[in-house]
Write a protein that binds this ligand. Structure first.
Ligand code: ASP
Length: 362
């Protein structure tokens, strides 16, 4: 059974196929209007969402399918203490595919072990957001025409921004990609990501503290909001919340064909006056999200019918160990609150990392 929990669950070729299907859907909407008639998508959203949930809903409806689900953990049995594993074993009796968003990192991975139907990670804590990545890739493809040899600046909250983590992982598989990380010290990328990037000889990256110093180099500027809900300390949030603001003046030195992406919601990190700049692609990006989710749901259901296996089995291959002695060191990981197998992967740095959230083991 194929799921999409991490962007690397898909090979580059499979991503290309999904993007090509999304483009075919855009060009031939009517052809797909009954493609998933009789199929049901369950949207299990334990955390707030506007775009992602409605985009999944609208994607399924436009394929002729139906949608059930909840948009608030308090209106589900999670409120009574039901585990993710039990909830999805129930949902599989009602739906053909699940899109899950959860505030605990690794929850969709746990769900995928018990669901018996395809599970899509619609965002888990500050860890990953692979369908936003597909959205970002489709936008880059449509706006720039290619992925290779791009210089991409990621600006803002790189620590808690799950969309950043997933897009960097996906881009690092193309050639000639240069990543520039623009953040205050407090919001640097998590160290598992920095290690992975340092290990990848294919990828060039550097960290800077202002966007002005790198603006002329960028082909893509990926802006993000500071993720207020993930801070444990209000004072720290107040200190960094206004770190970066993109305005027309800062764009003066940017390339004429640079594109500005943002997974949205935008708070104050892009001024309204940037919206009319043709380089501002963030609202076009939202629409691409619906089409790419149509392509993904369609593909995963097709693969489920065909019993298509993963090319590289995530989590349960020989790189992973189940351990009684190790524990995940991340308080936001699902393995710290639910009764799950404690699974770890030994990295090239000799460090054991949690399979659910990639944080260091204790
Ligand atoms: N909508 C994106 C997410 O769910 C970005 C954000 O919330 O800032 O991660």
């Amino acid at each position: 059974m194929r799921h999409l929990i991490d962007p690397t669950d898909l090979t580059v070729k499979e991503i290309d196929e999904i993007l090509a299907l999304a483009e075919d859907i855009i060009a031939n909407r009517a052809k797909y209007s009954e493609a998933l008639k009789g199929k049901k998508l369950a949207t299990l959203f334990y955390e707030p969402s506007t775009r992602t949930r409605l985009s999944f809903t609208s994607a399924m409806l436009e394929l002729g399918g139906q949608v059930i689900g909840f948009s608030d953990a308090n209106s589900s049995s999670a409120f009574k203490g039901e585990t993710v594993a039990d909830t999805v074993r129930v949902i599989r009796c009602f739906a053909d595919i699940i899109a899950m968003r959860h505030y605990k990192e690794g929850a969709p991975l746990v769900a995928s072990q018990y669901a018996g139907i395809p599970v899509i990670n619609a965002g888990d804590g500050s860890h990953a957001h692979p369908t936003q990545t597909l959205t970002d890739l489709l936008t880059i493809k449509r706006e720039k025409g290619h992925f290779d040899n791009l210089t991409v600046g990621f600006c803002g909250d790189l620590k808690f921004g799950r969309t950043v983590h997933s897009l960097i992982k996906a881009l690092s598989r193309y050639t000639g990609i240069k990543v520039i990380l623009i953040s205050p010290e407090e919001l640097r990328l998590p160290d598992y990501m920095l290690h992975e990037m340092a290990d990848n000889s294919n990828l060039e990256f550097r960290e800077v503290r202002t966007m002005e110093e790198v603006m002329p180099e960028l082909d893509v500027l990926y802006m993000t909001r500071v993720q207020k809900e993930r801070f444990l300390d209000d004072e720290e949030f107040d200190r960094v919340k206004d770190s970066f603001v993109l305005d027309p003046e800062k764009l003066l030195s940017a390339k004429k064909d640079m594109i500005i992406l943002h997974p949205l919601p935008r708070i104050n990190e892009i001024t309204r006056s940037v919206d009319n700049d043709p380089r501002a692609a963030y609202f076009r990006q939202v629409e691409n999200g619906k089409f790419v989710r149509m392509a993904l749901i369609y593909t995963l259901l097709k693969w489920a019918d065909e019993n298509k296996p993963f090319e590289h089995t995530p989590v349960f291959n020989e790189e992973y160990v189940i351990s009684d002695d190790l524990r995940c060191g991340n308080h936001s990981c699902i393995s710290t609150t639910e009764d799950v197998d404690h699974i770890f992967r030994k990295g090239s740095d000799g460090m054991c990392r949690c399979a659910y959230c990639e944080a260091k083991a204790k």
